[in-house]
Ligand binder design. Sequence first.
Ligand code: NAD
Ligand code: ZN
Length: 363
Amino acid sequence: TVRVEGERLYDISIGPGLLADPVRISHVLRGRHALIVSDSNVAPLYADRVEQTLHAARAGMQVARFVMPAGEQEKTLSRFCQCLDALATLGATRDATVIALGGGVIGDLAGFAAACWMRGIDVIQMPTTLLAMVDSSVGGKTGVDLAAGKNLVGAFHAPRAVIADTTVLRTLPPRELCAGLAEVVKYGAVFGADFLGWLESHASALAAGDDFALTEAIARSCLYKAEVVSRDPYEHGERALLNFGHTFGHAIEAEQGYAGAGSQALNHGEAVAVGMVLAARLSSALGRASAADAQRLQVLLQRLGLPTALPAGLDPQALLARMRLDKKAEAGGLRFILWDHAGLASVVRGVPDELVLDVLRAA
Ligand code: NAD
Ligand code: ZN
């Protein structure tokens, strides 16, 4: 269990079998209404189990489901409205609980619905992807996408609890597992050279989905995220370091079009993997880190089954234009999270366009 302070205190529980553990959830459940929000891949696998657990945890619970099609392209205002309608149909009161059972898409959308329903009700995050376990379920950022860009509408709404059942990772497609590993590497890249070393020595086990290695990686990642979010819940300062690789990554995602079902486009974690390599190279171009460290990061990501090169056909100028539109951009030049050395990063402002273009052209 990892404890998160900050805007609200909550526990992150990590371990096998937790979705079927009524005791764990009984401590954080109140009221009579719960809405399980999930997607078309996850609900058939796990929603019955969670519903049984809710009934076992609290007698007389009224449980309903809102199941939406899977995929980033569904993280929309119209699905969000449907989710609110499902709360209305359930007759959810102020003490109702939203259960976000799925990956980051479900966590973000369900969390945002919980933030808005009657100005805020509890959400329990039950992340089912590695990415959601190590990143999106912790920290209270919720929201949906607009046609104009990702995550443009949202709210900070910390969960009542995070319950991560590691056994669900066995059904996760391998590509999604690798995507989550990119965010795990991010914590090492930004907060811990030690953790980078641990990842290097466990890379084969992690890529193979080894339970023990994954649980350890999740717990360490959650500790890093919990510490940062506890100190800086609203991203006024160091929480921004978690965007290492994301300025490039978001530009790649936006420029290629978001990965839909069966699409060849890079998903978020894959785009972040490429983005981290580019950020490391940019760091070394600015004399802030060695080229050897950038190379080492690239090798680790490759061993974890992740791409490290720009997808063919992406135009450097177009990517640069996207980065200027990113909500992390500011007036007066591009802002990047860059290495001081491997395992330590800081915010760097006013990075010259030419240097960024050089890195993109060489990628
Ligand atoms: P996702 O939610 O789309 O899940 C990926 C795919 O895996 C989906 O098809 C899903 O149905 C399937 N799936 C999920 N769990 C499964 C399981 N156990 N077995 C089989 N299939 C399963 O994507 P994601 O990578 O989890 O999340 C990406 C989203 O998270 C993005 O929208 C991103 O913006 C958001 N995000 C938010 C934060 C935050 O702080 N709020 C941080 C990082 C990312
Ligand atoms: Zn990310």
